[in-house]
Design a protein around this ligand. Structure first.
Ligand code: ZN
Length: 293
């Protein structure tokens, strides 16, 4: 099954619902750096948020989600856009915590204090940056809090990931329900009642629900607006890394040149390696010098 994000309206167009499945993308990321189950679980949750928040953008806009808790996984970063291109990174993919009943413990993995930040490049002069504290560590509640406090959009968020003993995700996905200023109170009550009785995202995913099934399960009068394929995609390039080296400044580049060997740069998102020979570095030194002058 392809990874997908679906945008829909519900309850006579007064409620927005997003749902996503990100299983394949999550496994593409997990395989690269042999993620442990809890790291895969936490990454899957942020990845699903990234896919859905990407679908809220237009054209060339991009979004970066940063989850910086005090747990052992460290920083989790997800970049995505309006076309389903997504990539993810975490500091430490080798962490694993379970509850007594063997469910994966996201709180322990992510940490219970810290911040989530949302950086949107809306192709304006300055990017939009919103940040709120981590209130749970389970990601879904943390983003619901973010929407409420930072964007003033009351939202319900559900996320789930299922991982098998071989460190492969069997399912990863989630939903976001957002009410609008004109959503009638009785609709809000209906949604609240529904959220109490529907199965958890993990349960829905494990019984084979697709992203579309999730939407039909949580709303009435559904109107599907868009269905976007989600795929792992990294936009790194030698040029981007060269820019990074230039920004280090002449002193640091001089040090690299003096080491007298080809320098290797690794992309943390996709694992691609880029090599800079002494000649390359000399050229970058000249550019950095010009910039300084
Ligand atoms: Zn890359």
């Amino acid at each position: 099954m392809n990874d997908v994000v679906i945008k829909a309206l519900a309850y006579n167009k007064t409620v927005r619902i997003y749902a996503t499945s990100t299983t394949n993308t999550l496994n593409a990321i997990g395989k690269r750096l042999s993620y442990y189950p809890s790291a895969l679980d936490a990454m899957g949750r942020v990845l699903s948020m990234g896919a859905m928040m990407g679908a809220m953008l237009k054209r060339e806009e991009t979004i970066t989600l940063k989850v910086e808790g005090d747990g052992p996984i460290g920083k989790i970063i997800v970049d995505s856009d309006a076309h389903g291109n997504i990539r993810g990174y975490c500091d430490n993919p080798h962490c694993h915590f379970e509850y007594n009943d063997f469910r994966l413990n996201a709180k322990e993995t992510v940490g219970k204090t810290g911040f989530i930040s949302v950086i949107k490049d809306l192709k304006l002069k300055e990017p939009f940056i919103g940040s709120t504290p981590i209130i749970s560590g389970e990601i879904a509640e943390d983003f619901a809090y973010y929407f409420q406090v930072s964007e003033q959009v009351p939202s319900a968020v559900g996320l789930g990931v299922l991982v098998d003993p071989k460190n492969t995700a069997l399912a990863s996905g989630g939903f976001i329900i957002q009410v609008m200023p004109d959503t009638p109170d009785e609709v809000i009550t209906k949604i609240e009642e529904k959220l109490k009785i529907i199965p958890s995202v993990s349960e829905m995913l494990s019984s084979g629900y697709t992203a579309k099934d999730i939407i039909y399960n949580i709303g009435d009068d559904i109107e599907i607006l868009d269905e976007i394929k989600v795929k792992f995609s990294c936009n790194c390039s030698k040029e981007r890394f060269a820019k990074g080296i230039i920004s280090l400044g002449t002193d640091e580049i001089k040090e690299m040149i003096d080491e007298n060997k080809t320098q290797e740069a690794i992309c943390h998102f996709c694992g691609n390696k880029y090599y800079f020979t002494k000649n390359d570095l000399n050229a970058l030194y000249d550019i950095a010098k010009e910039k300084k002058a």
